[in-house]
Design a protein around this ligand. Sequence first.
Ligand code: ZN
Length: 309
Amino acid sequence: MFVGLDVGGTTIKAATVDDSGRIVGQPVALATEADRGPEHGLHVMADAIRGAIANAASTIADIAAIGVATPGPIDIPAGMILDTPNLRGWRNVPVRDFVTQSFGRPTAFQNDANAAAVGEGWVGAGRGVRSMIDGRVVDGAHSHGGEIGHIKIEMTNPRLCGCGQRGCLEAYASATAVVARARESLQVDAGHSALHGVSELSARAVFDAAANGDALAQTLVDDTARYLAIGAATLMHVIDPEVIVFAGGMTAAGPALLEAIRRHVKDVAFPVPAARCAIRYSELGMDAGVIGAAGCARQLVEGPGSRRL
Ligand SMILES: [Zn+2]
């Protein structure tokens, strides 16, 4: 068995995962309290790992390896979080060595989004496909590969991204970005949109209004689909994957967004990948991170081929 640890800006989650990718026992979720600093954060991580092992009615002796997934940018060979916007003030934190020393087990370290992709490839929406470059995560020369949210999709009046750069896919198509774009559209809308009456604007509210026929919301959703399609087509032209899996808050938009993405992909991608590359939503949802981190642990001790069951 393996333990997967998913470190986020608000929550640190851990789960014990068996050899077939199933979570054993109740996963543990603890508050990160990132503002209390990395020292505190490392102790929360250790508590989460211990809790997940106990909830699986196991001991550390049953655990072959541990996988740790954190927000990027990270340095994978060094096992360190470098300086991530989601964990403000955490600089050069030696997460992997801390976990190895605390538990005496081989410890894999990976960017959280890449780990989620490993999870989907192992037992989720990408299982059975030969994608992710034959089972390997493309983390690149400096552990900065796979930052798909920061593909540049707009260079004219580009929107500011959370990473500090402009024009990134994430600055247009994340759930937060949809809300920001909705606010701007509403400011110049003559007052017909139902969204004017929504007290707390959310991406979900925009998707719901679009489903109910609201024209302004439908434009927002269709623009979002086009942005995501540009990102997907860019990946198709670089690595030609068998499947592209969308995860996170945007999946709340349901099948209409997915259909719109597929339609826009046909406009912007080469015909063969546009026709053959599958476009799906995540199947593991919020568990993708911990299952994927455990999958990285499994690959560490059994090799990348172990992804295929
Ligand atoms: Zn960015």
